[in-house]
Design a protein around this ligand. Structure first.
Ligand code: NAD
Length: 495
């Protein structure tokens, strides 16, 4: 089995297979296509892995069809057992996963180990709990009785991004498998190594062949072929709006497969003058600097009530200057700021920063790239940003905060909602009634009060408006991986 070895945290050597994972085996691409995996800290290549062609996608679908026929007839408790086994194996190999996310996605080792991996494990355990509880209803009906089954959809696809790759993959894998579907995973070409490792653990856990296939490859080739496939019943997608629209169009023009879209955001963080200021400063900072702002739920628009605006800015700047980032290798536990994922994303962020400098906003701190090796950029904050500025309107997907004052509750609700997006928002206030009013008025799939973007396996996550539709996590996600069959029994219709 061909493999590559990368050096992880504390010098550990991690070996992952390079092949596509089809029918529980690692195989080369039929066309011998490969992807080069890059380390964003250095810009250097870590090696190459196989890249799926449309022909390989067909093979994965054939395998997943076999896998589905086995898995849909596997009992709930037996499915739960394998999901729990996978959770244990991921937990056992957390150092490997955290290292792999650090070297090819630039995620901090400490963030991956402290948050992304526990979230992934938590989701597997949560949905394992559901696997034997996916029941229907009994319904009274005139002249008879009806009952419903919740059935799996069939062969499904998960197309995922690079920013928290294991966690987002598991958000889809855990409910899809708990419900009895088979799943083909298409990881991002920017961060495929975690998925090669995950495939090893799927094998080790003992899932029947075809229940999970993992095929790395380019979006325009492998991703597109999966989205177009006439046998695939659902695509659960997390990524950019442009790709999401493309997948929706593809579904419409092929077999009307079900589509779940988790797209971008431009999250408002609203700071009222009755809040705990230190807490608000801390969380609004975390909300735009965590993972270098490469988070769909990032709190990238910070609205602060005018009465405390200058005080907030002073404290916000002081916190940035008082605890400067330790910039460098994300594998090092001492590092608090790693690289941006790729040269393209780095350039995009720098160009938004340039626009911020040109648009008349006040540069509070940051604003420059860091070093000449790898893709590093300073945490950056602009104050007095106008509502029409591009940096207030568009998702930057980088550590760039746009801050502006507001006077009244009605005004800030209108500003917060004046966006095409609606994924995540944060409200800082100690007034309980206000917290209720504002959370109700915000057009957002998620609102966090007095913190930022809290996640829990039982709490659904997803967007409204152009942030997409459908949900990951919670009971709602499970519903999205099943369809309902009504069985209507006529017992006494003619009297
Ligand atoms: P992207 O759309 O470029 O890529 C996402 C995935 O889609 C990758 O696996 C890619 O290979 C695949 N893809 C690309 N073109 C395709 C096509 N034509 N058909 C099928 N698949 C295709 O997004 P990205 O750059 O990886 O991620 C960044 C974006 O993701 C940001 O906009 C961010 O807001 C969003 N995001 C959203 C969430 C959420 O939960 N809502 C989470 C993370 C990221």
């Amino acid at each position: 089995m061909a493999s590559i070895t990368v050096t992880g945290a504390a010098g550990r050597q991690i070996q992952v297979p390079t092949g596509l994972f089809i029918h529980n085996e690692f195989v080369p691409s039929t066309t011998s296509q490969t992807l080069t995996v890059e380390n964003p800290s250095t810009g250097e290549s870590l090696g190459t892995i196989s890249a799926a062609s449309p022909e390989d996608v067909n093979k994965a679908v054939e395998s997943a069809t076999i896998g589905f026929n086995v898995w849909k007839n596997t009992s709930g408790p037996a499915r739960a057992k394998l999901l729990l086994k996978l959770a244990d194996l991921i937990e056992r190999d957390a150092d490997d996963f955290a290292s792999l996310e650090a070297v090819d996605a630039g995620v901090l080792y400490t963030d991956s180990k402290g948050m992304n991996i526990p979230q992934a494990v938590g989701n597997l355990r949560y949905y394992a709990g559901w696997a034997d509880k996916i029941d229907g209803k009994t319904l009274a009906m005139e002249g008879g009785v009806a009952f419903t089954y919740r059935e799996p959809l069939g062969v499904c696809g998960a197309i995922v991004p690079w920013n928290a790759p294991l966690m987002i993959t598991i958000w889809k894998l855990a409910p899809a498998l708990a419900a009895g579907n088979s799943l083909i995973i298409k990881p991002s070409e920017l961060s495929p190594l975690y998925a090669q490792k995950l495939a090893l653990l799927i094998q080790e856990a003992g899932f029947p062949a075809g229940v999970v296939n993992i095929i790395s490859g380019d979006g325009a080739s492998a991703g597109r072929a999966l989205a177009e496939h006439m046998t695939v019943r659902k695509i659960s997608f997390t990524g950019s709006s442009a790709t999401g629209r493309q997948i929706l169009k593809t579904a419409a023009s092929t077999n009307l497969k079900r589509v779940n879209l988790e797209l971008g955001g431009k999250g408002p963080s609203i700071v009222f003058d009755d809040c705990d200021l230190d807490n608000a400063v801390l969380w609004t900072r975390i909300g735009i600097t965590a993972n270098n702002g490469q988070i769909c739920a990032a709190g990238s628009r910070i609205y602060v009530q005018k009465t405390i605006y200058e005080k907030f800015l002073e404290a916000y700047k002081k916190m940035a200057e008082g605890s400067p980032s330790v910039i460098g290798n994300p594998l090092d536990p001492a590092t608090t700021k790693g690289p941006i994922v790729s040269a393209a994303q780095h350039n995009k962020i720098l160009s938004y920063i340039e626009q911020g400098k040109q648009c008349g906003a006040r540069l509070l701190f940051g604003g420059e790239k860091v070093g000449d090796k790898g893709y590093f950029v300073e945490n950056t904050a602009f104050a007095d940003v106008s509502e029409n500025a591009t940096i207030m309107k568009e998702e930057i997907f980088g550590p760039v905060a746009s801050i502006a004052p507001f006077e009244t509750e009605a005004e800030v609700i209108a500003k917060a909602n004046d966006t095409l997006h609606g994924l995540s928002a944060a409200v800082f206030t100690n007034d309980i009634s206000r917290a209720h009013r504002v959370t109700a008025a915000l057009e957002s799939g998620q609102v966090t009060v007095n913190a930022w973007a809290m996640l829990s396996p039982n709490a659904p996550f997803g967007g409204v408006k152009e942030s997409g539709f459908g949900r990951d996590m919670g009971e709602e996600a499970l519903e999205g991986w099943t369809s309902v069959k009504s069985v209507n029994w006529t017992l006494d219709f003619l009297g």
